[in-house]
Design a protein around this ligand. Structure first.
Ligand SMILES: [Zn+2]
Length: 332
């Protein structure tokens, strides 16, 4: 379906394809640029229904999968990229993404790093095992894939009549990309959603194995998004304008959460898991553990950098010790 309801983004060459996913986030948005070169921005998860929806919707735009020249992947999470390997194999479609996503395009990546991190963070063994089971389930929805080329920050991409600039917007994933067109409209994947606060997912540097400060990256990427002047075409939910207002809303929510976490830290030392459990009592539901840990890890990183907390290894667990008295937090 095209964008009949959008005056600013109502470009006859752009098509919106909404695809269901097996994930809690719900449907994912795939965008078709029908031009001299036909490009998909993302392609949906590896499920039969997603593939069928994609084929049907391409048909409505007068195209077959084999007419697609390239897929530009915003990032390597399977709701966005799961079908990519199959589309490349069957139809010779070229896949392009940022090299920071290498880990997400492979299976079983960083398993040891995650295991070690969660153990040190005080996550009970049974939940580390459950998260591993979740990862296996999640990996059903994509095939490991090779890219045909890499896109870097600032790269200019053309489809013929339309010209795009790539933006590296890490934080939700290490090599997350957004694409602005010549009118300032942004295809932005998961970096900025209108109704959902994007999770700064725990990730490791693919070269060094160091855990990335994904929340700091995400906040920087969101500030970049605030300068988008056109429509935002996100990976989930409806397109929206006035990106700066949505950015401000999410950044303010971050500040509230940060104060809450400083307050929790001021009540006494604990592991990252214990801290997260105070904020999210539901953390022991295996499908939520990883997201809850990601949500809290970034704020604790920030508290440490800003001198409001420190850590010590005690009996193999990293214990976080808050440095701020409650009274000081109330004044901030
Ligand atoms: Zn994602």
């Amino acid at each position: 379906m095209s964008f009949p309801d959008l005056s600013a983004g109502g470009n006859p060459d752009y098509f919106h394809i909404q695809i269901s996913t097996p994930f809690a986030v719900g449907d994912v948005n795939v965008y078709l640029i029908r031009d001299e070169k036909n490009v998909l921005i993302d392609c949906g998860p590896k499920t039969k229904i997603a593939h069928q929806t994609l084929v049907n919707q391409l048909g409505e735009a007068g195209l077959k999968p084999g007419d697609i020249d390239e897929i530009w992947l915003t990032h390597g999470h399977p709701d966005h990229s799961g079908l990519a390997a199959m589309l490349r194999d069957r139809h010779g479609i070229r896949l392009l993404a940022h090299r920071g996503e290498r880990g997400n395009f492979a299976k079983n990546s960083d398993r040891q790093l995650f295991g070690d991190f969660f153990k040190e963070a005080g996550v009970p063994g049974y939940l580390i095992h459950e998260m591993d089971m979740q990862r296996k389930w999640y990996e059903v929805y994509f095939d490991a894939m090779e890219m045909d080329g890499w896109i870097d920050d600032g790269d200019e991409l053309s489809t013929g009549r339309h010209h795009f600039t790539a933006h590296h917007l890490p934080g939700h994933s290490p090599g997350h990309l957004g694409f602005t067109d010549e009118n300032g409209h942004m295809f932005s994947g998961d970096v900025l959603l209108q109704r959902i606060s994007t999770n700064a997912i725990i990730s490791f540097d693919p070269d060094t194995g160091e855990r990335l400060n994904t929340l700091r990256q995400l906040r920087q990427s969101m500030r970049t998004m605030a300068s988008v002047t056109g429509m935002v075409f996100p990976g989930h939910g409806q397109p929206f304008d006035r990106a700066a207002e949505t950015v401000q809303h999410h950044l303010e929510s971050h500040e509230k959460r940060y104060l809450k976490i400083l307050e929790l830290l001021s009540r006494g030392p604990g592991s990252l898991f214990e801290t997260a459990k105070k904020l999210f009592p539901e953390i022991e539901r295996p499908e939520l553990t990883f997201l809850c840990m990601s949500e809290v890890a970034g704020f604790v990183d920030r508290a440490i950098i800003e001198g409001f907390a420190q850590t010590e290894i005690i009996n193999g667990h990293r214990v976080i010790i808050g440095n701020v008295p409650l009274s000081d937090i109330a004044c901030r």
